[in-house]
Design a protein around this ligand. Structure first.
Ligand code: H79
Length: 434
């Protein structure tokens, strides 16, 4: 195995155990409240976007409250946008004036976030956008990522782009030297020719590893679908990163290398349909969906980074809080089947999913059952079944109506002589099989 893969395996151990994190997209775009791409999508000129900078004053910013919400939700780590594509920095960078300390807020929002989340015992990460719509030396490539620069003024001007790279590398150094131990750096994103060495990624990664050897980094110095040297290959480049980062999708078969070995991955998914705050977007995923998607990730050896977009006042939207509370209540009862768990060595069952930790096998039922629940191929292999939420015993005896299925084991929520029944609880139920 390549040493890059060995190191990656060691660094990601805590991450794969923890499974569930909070993504936080926050910045000036919380004021227009039409998502984080608003400046690009609506082609808002710099001068007009500047009014948001002048206005920015999140008087209700209370990162301790955020940290409590994350912790209550059962999340074990959090990642905040230190800089998104619009270039606005939520930290006191010496390399720009376009930062939160120069707004009415006057705060280093990143520092306060880190302090508060660490205090709750959560691991912390920062998102940093490789793309920068503000920096004058960021070149236009005439593509959809930079609709502000369609005049092609700086098209492929490498000498000017190196100024941006100095700036970008410098800011990453600031974050890694001025803010204590960070657990994750989350870069976003490569596209077209803007990938890999274009970012001077090997040099940047070597600086990152030199400053914080334990930090884990996503795989977005690569463009998606990249071939050769990517995190998906047997010989990844030094900047291929520690985990794959599928966005708004849960990979159908998990994430494997060519030999079928699992590669660390984290699906990033937002609670509604925007990452940054959107006042009109009320299409929220239900707690039930979030729970099922978390189970699905874990059942494929993956993590879930679930996004919230705080508003201009600095508050996580009420609806998001409500959903997270419900997810947290479920994890409180059923967390044994998530943390430290991964893919089971069994095919996906008809009624839901399995997760597994060592010899502990967990059955997640995604539907009500009208009779015995079958455990395909497990005849004689299961000695007991217990409800994870309260430890209570379920019935493993083989009912009269299962004689045609000799290879399967069955468990029941009621005594087998009772003919039909539904699950005792309409919430998804987890059963530990031993
Ligand atoms: O930070 C979040 C997003 O802003 C960023 N990555 C996550 C974590 C991201 N989302 N989508 N993309 C990057 C890919 C770019 C999609 C685009 Fe478009 C299609 C850019 C322009 C057209 C989506 C649709 C955004 C604006 C319109």
């Amino acid at each position: 195995m390549s040493s890059i893969i060995e190191e990656r395996t060691k660094r990601t151990r805590w991450f794969l155990h923890d499974r569930f994190g909070m993504f936080i997209h926050w910045g000036l775009y919380a004021i227009p409240a039409r998502g984080e791409w608003v400046r690009s999508v609506e082609k808002i000129p710099v001068e007009q976007y500047q009014t948001y900078f002048e206005e920015f004053n999140p008087t209700n910013y209370d990162p301790r409250a955020w940290a409590k919400i994350a912790k209550q939700a059962g999340m074990k780590y959090a990642v905040l946008t230190a800089k998104h594509h619009d270039g606005f920095c939520l930290f006191d960078s010496k390399l720009t004036d376009y930062k939160s300390t120069n707004t009415k807020s006057g705060c280093d929002l990143v520092r306060e976030f880190l302090d508060a989340f660490r205090e709750e015992g959560l691991k912390v990460g920062l998102y940093y956008s490789l793309i920068d719509w503000l920096h004058e030396d960021y070149p236009a490539y005439g593509d959809r990522i930079h609709p502000m620069r369609e005049d092609d003024r700086y098209r492929r001007d490498e000498s000017r782009f190196s100024n941006y790279l100095e700036y970008m590398h410098g800011q990453v150094r600031e974050l890694l030297t001025g803010y204590g131990k960070l657990d994750i750096m989350w870069f976003d994103f490569s596209y077209g020719e803007m990938k890999g060495e274009k970012w001077r990624a090997a040099e940047l990664m070597s600086m990152i590893r030199g400053l914080q050897p334990h930090i884990i980094v996503d795989n977005r110095f690569e463009a998606s679908g990249e071939e050769g040297g990517s995190i998906f290959s047997k010989n990844p480049t030094p900047y291929s990163g520690d985990f794959a980062s599928p966005e708004q999708i849960i990979p159908p078969g998990g994430v494997m290398d060519e030999d079928g070995n699992s590669i660390p991955w984290e699906a990033c998914i937002t609670l509604n349909n925007n990452w940054g705050y959107s006042s009109s977007d009320r299409v929220y995923k239900s707690a039930k969906t979030v729970i099922r998607k978390l189970v699905e990730c874990v059942s494929k050896n993956g993590n879930l980074l679930l996004n919230v977009g705080p508003n201009a006042k600095g508050e996580i939207p009420q609806e998001s809080v409500r959903i997270l509370e419900e997810v947290g209540a479920w994890l409180d009862r059923n967390g044994d089947s998530i943390y430290g768990c991964g893919q089971a060595d069994l095919p996906k069952p008809e009624w839901g999913r399995y997760t597994q930790q060592g010899s502990r096998l967990f059955a997640h039922l995604f539907e009500e059952c009208v009779g015995p629940v079958n455990l395909q191929g497990l005849a004689g292999k299961v000695k007991k079944a217990r409800l994870v939420s309260d430890g209570s015993e379920l019935f493993l005896s083989r009912p009269w109506n299962t004689a045609q299925y000799p290879n399967d084991a069955f468990f029941n929520f009621a005594k087998p002589e009772h003919a039909t029944y539904l699950l005792p609880d309409e919430r998804d139920t987890v059963v530990e099989l031993g």
